[in-house]
Design a protein around this ligand. Sequence first.
Ligand code: G6Q
Length: 543
Amino acid sequence: MAAAKTGLTGLASWKALKSNFEKIKDAHLRELFASDPNRGSRMVIDAEGVYFDYSKHRVNDETLKLLVKLAEESGLKAKIDVMFRGDRINTTENRSVLHIALRTPKGKSIMVDGVDVVVPVHAVLDKMAVFADKVRKGLWKGYTGKTIRNIVNIGIGGSDLGPVMAYEALKSYTMRGLTFRFVSNVDDTDFAEATQDLNAEDTLFIVSSKTFTTLETMTNARTARAWVLKSLKDQAAVAKHFVAVSTNTAEVSKFGIDTANMFEFWDWVGGRYSMTSAIGLSNMIAFGPDNFRAMLDGFHRMDEHFRTTPFEKNIPVLMGLLGIWYINFFNAETNAVLPYEQYLKRFPAYLQQMTMESNGKQVTMEGARVDYQTGSIYWGEPGTNGQHSFYQLIHQGTKLIPCDFIAFAKSLNPTGNHHDILLANVFAQAEALAFGKTAGEVKADGAPDNLVSHKTFEGNKPSTMILMDKLTPNALGMLIAMYEHCVFTQAAVWDINAFDQWGVQLGKVLAEKIVPELEAKEEPVLKHDSSTNALIKRYRKLK
Ligand code: G6Q
């Protein structure tokens, strides 16, 4: 593979950042705060209802200026404009990248190949709303005339993670009389557990698949069809109990789903960026068309903030640049996402796909091997649970792990003083990580000499605090779009394609080859490596 032409590492801003890093790498946040009493109120962006505090990062004003310069030298502004304009920036798949069109208000237009894509976007949203209302009002009946009460989304990856996350995030806005389940894994347990207490008569399956050929989803969809037919015993029942979300009309119809009950989207919507398309149908049924549209408005608000705000005041741009600062200069390998909001329990899992499938790339847009690190490993759990488990390593381990804390000023279930305790904890964690506790302070507390080093907190652990008013559909949309554009910013600087995912292909192809070897009646001739051959033989013997 050709080596990169070091476009990035040759930039003036990159070189200047290297010198800045040498100067600042040992500076402690304690000193940075002591030398600037206004740091905590100065290094903040207060925009669109988001209070974004980046003061607890290991940067000085010079670092920030240089990071912004890095974005400029990388052509970020032009790249943003080109994405919003609908150019085919996903060059390896020759596709436009227009998830931003999915939340563009009616009346605005985005032209792709002479077609205004905002028009069909709203036509599908309207069709989804009619259907969602029907189900919510109990007007969608099953084959035997029973009202649908259970909705099962079948999909995987981008056709699952967004809907699951948003369902959990906005649970308090959902219609509690309806049951929602999500089946993704090809592991038969997933389907079995999701349906074990359901009746086919009042259950509706939404088969969500952009391609309608994905092995896991189609295997689960066929199992669901057999499950329905086992109790309803008439092929005609399929039309009442299955709808599809897809770009592939031919396959939907082949499956037996009435294409009148197919909700369309387009090849310019990437899987992991598709939750604001018809892929969100289960969400729209769960929390209603109005809340779904409020969520889209939140996305759009952040899209506009990203598109129009100067970089130094631009939340996703700064987020992305700070990530680059730690990954490429401090050699940090991971980024923790720590929502202090129980409803966001699936948010880190959702972000893992968005960030890692997007920016886990080793070649530049031109196909040359990069000579710098790319995508960070994202992980996390809701607070305060994480505090009683892995936070120890963040506080006192040997690794540098920048943290994103996410919190809301208001609880959706106010009870006693729970929320004050929750927020006290998130503020305290960020404070403890940044400032630590010196050996002197530990001694002054009366710790015996042999425990002083154990009880010392070095501090200087960076974090961002994202504080919003309340977890509403609008706030959720803004939060997700913030991360989408953070990913975009990083990809723009690293000069990688955030919108393809060739890395998931090889395993898929090999699995398809192995399936018949596991199922063959006769002992197959195996031509894998000796380990894979032995595993296949052992499985055949055990099964
Ligand atoms: C996401 C990926 C991937 C995709 C799934 C499901 O960006 O492309 O996670 O969403 O493989 O694909 P289908 O929707 O085509 O079933």
